[in-house]
Design a protein around this ligand. Structure first.
Ligand code: CXF
Ligand code: ZN
Length: 361
């Protein structure tokens, strides 16, 4: 099969590789669509230090073509969305309503049993997040899959596997934005645009989108932003305050993973408000917060991982919102690519051309 593989720093290529059948607890998936996410790029450029060579892809949807021993609840022909974090259902975190932190889901590049399914000759390849779904087929843990309605096009369904769940979840699960509130979103890529949509769904009154690219700000308006601020032309904190009666937004979201922007987002938040850090930063970066103002301003700073989602219920919920016309996934897919065109999809993402680029098979 064809798969997008990164072997060296800043290198990636479509390669022909082999895939073995599913072992116990696994599913074989014929991929329908895979979203191209900045975290794939983070593996390529070493920001996420994962074991290479690696099959990329962690935002996908497809069809079950084989069911491993001991798997219940899935049958050949089922359509599924893949979660980039498996949830075992019985560890400490799964038992405490935080399956996004499931203890068995610490990615090491191999399957849950420590072995590889993808090979090239004698060489074993890693897979991203137990999935490696930027490939024509993937072997995945059954506990990473959720069944979805067959009517939903794969290229829309795939997006809830990462970006849309991360963004909308940050609003409704992490921040629990309430109707009538004010929200600022710093960074309007696929996740930031999903935060904008989440804020709209939550009934926020004022939704300020901040980015340095005018095309992203235009997209943000389409997804529900009531105001836009180009941070390269305007002073974003002052502008956010001006648009919220001088106080600052009730909630600020950082969706890039850059320390300076995290500080900016928190500076914008009103006293007593909440700053949510959604962007995935570098392991080697730190964020200095003013030691006096942390207490004086009484702000809450929260991290949000995978939208604090319970993917088994939250992903179908998002797809129901899509079906009912309340969540716009159609405009999230700016462009589709074949697997052979995957390198171009990465170039377009780096150039900021797409809300999401999606590989279809
Ligand atoms: C990431 C988070 C770190 C592991 C890979 C997925 N989230 C979104 O892309
Ligand atoms: Zn992602």
């Amino acid at each position: 099969m064809k798969a997008l593989i990164t072997r060296d720093l800043d290198q990636y290529e479509v390669e022909e590789v082999s895939i073995a059948g599913p072992k116990a607890g696994e599913l074989r998936i014929k991929m329908g669509a895979t979203g191209v996410c900045h975290s794939d790029l983070s593996v390529i450029n070493g920001t996420l230090p994962l074991l290479k060579p690696m099959v990329l892809g962690h935002e996908g949807a497809g069809t079950v073509t084989e069911v491993g021993d001991g798997v219940s609840g899935f049958a050949v022909g089922d359509h599924v969305v893949l979660s980039f974090a498996p949830a075992c259902g019985h560890c400490h975190f799964c038992n405490h309503q935080t399956p996004q932190f499931c203890e068995i889901g610490i990615p090491h590049g191999r399957m849950l049993d420590g072995t590889a399914r993808v090979t090239k000759g004698a060489e074993e390849l890693s897979v991203m997040q137990f999935l490696g779904c930027m490939a024509e087929e993937a072997i995945v843990p059954a506990i990473s899959a959720v069944k979805i309605d067959k009517e939903i096009p794969f290229e829309k369904a795939a997006l809830v596997g990462c970006g849309v769940m991360t963004g909308v979840g940050a609003v409704i699960n992490t921040a629990r934005v309430h109707p009538g509130s004010s929200v600022a979103v710093f960074g309007c890529g696929g996740v930031g645009l999903s935060i904008v949509q989440g804020a709209r769904l939550a009934g926020a009154n004022t939704i300020i989108a901040v980015d340095v690219a005018d095309n992203k700000l235009e997209m943000a308006r389409n997804f529900g932003a009531t105001h836009t601020v180009n941070g390269s032309k305007e002073e974003a904190v002052g502008k956010c305050k001006e648009l919220t009666g001088g106080h600052g937004p009730d909630y600020s979201f950082e969706a890039v993973g850059v320390p300076d922007l995290m500080i900016t987002a928190n500076n914008a938040t009103r006293r007593g408000g909440t700053t949510v850090i959604v962007g995935v930063g570098k392991l080697t970066d730190s964020v200095p917060f003013n030691a006096l103002m942390l207490s004086m301003d009484g702000k809450t700073i929260k991290g949000s991982f995978y939208g604090d989602a319970n993917f088994r219920s939250d992903m179908p919920m998002l797809l129901d919102l899509y079906r009912n016309g309340k969540l716009n996934l159609d405009d999230m897919v700016s462009k589709t690519y074949s697997i052979d065109e995957a390198p171009q999809a990465f170039k377009d993402m780096e150039a900021g051309r797409n809300a999401r680029g999606v590989i279809v098979y």
